[in-house]
Ligand binder design. Structure first.
Ligand code: ADP
Length: 811
């Protein structure tokens, strides 16, 4: 926007209008002021006039009083002399009296016959007296010796005057009168020299109306601004003074004042109008600047939006004419072609989801009225019928009167963000549900270790309610001696990222509310939310498990002890029993050999039974000894070739092979095996011997040994085609002394398979059988490879007892 651009007509009107208003108001105020000032002036003139009247009347009244007293004194002097005063003396007295009183025209002494003396000589002759003494019905004696003033006189020249007369008795019994004749005009002139020019004055007597003028200029009491004041009353004659400003004076006053008001009014009006204009201009410029700023901001926003990519659209709403600009990106957002024509702003409002429309309207109103940022989220209908979530931003532009003119901004499809947010919220809710119902205590803390959340399980594990924990430091759950260490770990981790806690599962001790320590399995993970680091600790109470473990370990220890005792007893007993048994066997043999002839048939059979039993007993004891030794440690561990060890077993059983015509086949045996070779050979020797022993009558035993990789070692399978057994016996045959046949039919102790199982189990493997009666049997042996690093340990632990294990074994 160009600040220097000329204003449009509307703006020009906006600039001039306030100025015109000021002019009209100024003129009105000036007129009112002028009118008011006119009133004030009139009142002032009236007051002025009244004051003039009052003052002049008071002066006149005083003068009349003074002069009256002088006349009275003169009359008194005449009365004392009884009129016998020589004329020269009277003349001197009267001359002195008249000398400084220009308004006193003459003094007369008269009697009934006429004027006796006049001073000054040849003074104005009176045309007559109006209201002369006695005229009001007073008797002459009442009037004698008293001054009477106020009668109207009329001079021969037509001018008006006033008389004051003093009747006195002359010495001859007659009455004479001293008369003073006042010239009213002169008296008025002498009384009011200052305002002579500006006011017309007149003294009127009630007997003669206004005709009696004193100033030489007639005053009509009805004249504008005229005033009057009483001067004196005598013989029912009321003398009143009238004043009125001269027309020139009134004129002089009026035009000056009115013009002044108008001049000032117009001056102030013009000043006000210019100020209004300047203010409007300044405001308009400020609005323009704001517009420029807003436009700059909008264009910056637009630029940013463009940079941000295709998903963001731009819109521009002409509020006065309800037009709407809707950018191609925004069109695409709603599935419309980029050049889709928009009729008006209704396009936007109609597409908003009905549930969201009130919120959008409210956001616009709040932006217009309170200047709140416009940034609502709402749904808009896509061309395909579904709704897309939108985020809009906008900025209104106001005209110079503050009315919204335009609003422009951006619109963005946030459906995906919204879905992601909802998914996040859902997963957060799920997570919360999980932690709320979790058996383990789950706590979150900030980087300072302050607990922010705790689940209900915390109460079961630590004895604190979740609300008691929130806000506390996690240290309250740590045993005192570990607290400092814990603080160090967290601090160290935050500073270096090295952790002894975070990301690991450890068994540690926590402390219960009641003070006792609890073994816990602690897993701490870290979650970063912006700059905040949140630690999530899961604590599993191991008390029960630990108690169970301890119990089991104690039980195992007891069992092992008992076992060891039993084995020791077994071993010792077998050893100790061997000796007497050998004696029984030897002596039985000796009896049969050397004294057979001395024995009858029955005795000889008894001795034979005795010798056979001793032999079986011997075998039994040997097996028992082997069995008790089979649980020793692993013995010598070596890497050997399994076929070799099986061959060794075969050689040990060479006689059996020969007598039974048995055949042995080995298939897929491993090239190498790492375990104790003697024991390996011993197990297979037992199994092969059984297969030969439990062959079907009249059939040469056929034995096959195969192997396949299995778990951490090999699974060997030995199968024969012998008599087999019912499946339910397949497990029982591994129990010590368990036999399925009488010794008379198949020799044996029932210890062979028990020894095998003990050896295999001891090596970490398993042995089991599958069979059907008459269908042959399969024996499975899982033999794990011994780990490499056990060599040294095994060598140290080697007792050499392995060799003795073969001693006296039976199959
Ligand atoms: P013994 O062979 O000394 O009796 P064993 O512990 O070796 O003791 O075997 C236990 C029992 O399992 C035998 O008495 C026999 O009944 C049965 N048995 C063992 N091997 C086989 C086999 N290969 N076929 C059939 N029965 C067998």
């Amino acid at each position: 926007m160009d600040l220097a651009a000329p204003f449009d007509a509307r703006t020009r009107l906006g600039l001039v209008l306030p100025m015109l208003v000021v002019v009209v108001v100024g003129i009105a105020v000036t007129a009112a002021t002028a009118s008011r000032s006119q009133d004030v002036r009139q009142q002032a003139l009236e007051r002025f006039s009244q004051a003039e009247a009052n003052n002049t009347a008071r002066i006149l009244s005083l003068r009349l009083q003074q002069d009256g007293h002088a006349v009275e004194r003169m009359g008194a002097r005449l009365a004392i002399r009884g009129g016998a005063m020589p004329e020269s003396e009277w003349r001197a007295d009267a001359g002195a009296y008249l000398s400084d009183k220009p308004w006193l025209r003459a003094l007369y002494v008269a009697d009934e016959t006429g004027v006796q003396w006049v001073e000054p000589e040849g003074g104005p002759a009176m045309a007559g007296l109006v209201g002369a003494p006695g005229g009001t019905g007073m008797s002459q004696s009442d009037m004698l010796g008293r001054l009477h003033a106020g009668a109207v006189a009329r001079f021969e020249d037509g001018s008006d005057g006033m008389t004051a007369y003093y009747p006195f008795a002359d010495g001859t019994g007659g009455v004479r009168v001293l008369v003073a004749l006042f010239d009213i005009a002169a008296m008025l002139r002498a009384s009011r020299p200052a305002y002579d020019e500006d006011f017309d004055v007149a003294l009127t007597a009630s007997t003669d109306g206004p005709r009696l003028a004193g100033s030489g200029r007639a005053v009509d009491p009805g004249t504008p601004y005229g005033s009057s004041a009483p001067v004196t009353t005598s013989y029912d004659v009321g003398w009143t003074l009238h004043t009125a400003p001269t027309s020139s004076f009134v004129r002089r006053m009026q035009p000056r004042t009115g013009l002044g008001v108008w001049m000032s009014g117009i001056g102030l009006t013009l000043l006000g109008a210019s100020l209004a204009f300047m203010a409007q201009l300044a405001r308009r410029q400020a609005v323009r600047l704001a517009d420029v700023d807003a436009v700059r901001r909008t264009s910056e926003q637009r630029y940013n939006l463009v940079v941000r990519g295709m998903a963001v659209g731009v819109w521009d709403w002409g509020i006065r004419d309800n037009t709407l600009g809707w950018s191609p990106n925004a069109m695409r957002m709603l599935g419309l072609p980029p050049d889709h024509k928009v009729a008006d702003a209704g396009f936007f409002f109609d597409r908003i989801h009905p549930d969201d429309q009130p919120a959008v309207r409210e956001a616009i109103e709040a932006h217009f009225e309170m200047g709140e940022p416009y940034a609502p989220n709402f749904r808009m209908r896509h061309e395909h019928g579904h709704f897309v979530w939108c985020h809009a931003t906008g900025q209104v532009l106001l005209d110079e009167t503050g009315e919204p003119v335009r609003m422009a901004g951006s619109i963005e499809d946030i459906t995906e963000e919204r879905a992601a947010e909802e998914a996040r919220n859902r997963s957060e809710r799920r997570l919360r549900a999980v932690t709320q119902s979790a058996v383990d205590a789950v706590l979150t803390t900030n980087a300072q270790g302050i607990i922010e959340e705790a689940n209900p399980a915390c109460e079961r594990v630590f004895g604190y309610r979740p609300d008691e924990l929130v806000g506390s430091n996690i240290r309250i759950l740590t045993p005192t001696e570990h607290r400092r260490k814990h603080d160090y770990y967290i601090k160290h981790y935050i500073e270096t990222g090295d952790s002894n806690i975070v990301g690991k599962v450890r068994e540690v001790y926590g402390v219960h509310r009641d003070g006792h320590e609890i073994p816990i399995e602690l897993a701490v993970t870290e979650y970063k939310a912006g700059d905040d680091r949140i630690f999530i600790a899961t604590a599993r109470d191991l008390s029960a498990r630990k108690a169970g473990e301890a119990e089991r370990e104690a039980f195992i220890a007891r069992l092992e002890q008992t076992n060891a005792e039993l084995e020791r007893f077994n071993f010792a007993a077998s050893h100790d029993l061997r000796e007497p048994l050998r004696m029984i066997g030897n002596f039985s043999q000796m009896l049969l050999r050397k004294h057979a002839g001395q024995l009858d048939e029955n005795a000889r059979k008894a001795v034979e039974i005795c010798a056979g039993s001793a032999q079986r007993m011997q075998a039994l004891l040997d097996d028992l000894i082997s069995f008790s030794r089979a649980s020793d440690d692993l013995g010598q561990i070596e890497t050997f070739i399994p076929v070799d060890m099986i061959e060794l077993a075969r050689q040990n059983l060479a006689e059996d092979f020969e007598s039974s015509q048995a055949s042995l086949e080995t298939v897929h045996l491993p090239a190498k095996l790492r375990t104790n070779p003697t024991r390996f050979s011993r197990v297979f020797q037992n199994l092969i011997a059984n297969s030969i022993k439990y062959a079907k009558d009249g059939e040469a035993p056929k034995i096959q040994i195969s192997a396949a990789p299995y778990e951490q070692g090999w699974l060997f399978t030995l199968s024969d085609k012998g008599i087999g057994m019912r499946p339910e016996y397949c497990e029982q045959i591994f129990e010590p002394f368990k036999r399925l046949h009488p010794a008379s039919k198949y020799s044996g102790t029932g210890m062979g398979l028990a020894i095998c199982r003990k050896i295999v189990n001891n090596a970490g493997g398993r042995i089991w059988a599958e069979s059907e009666l008459g269908e042959g049997s399969r024996f499975y042996v899982y033999w794990p490879e011994a780990p490499m690093d056990t060599d040294a340990a095994a060598a140290v632990n080697m007792t050499g007892s392995d060799d003795s294990m073969t001693e006296g074994e039976s199959a």
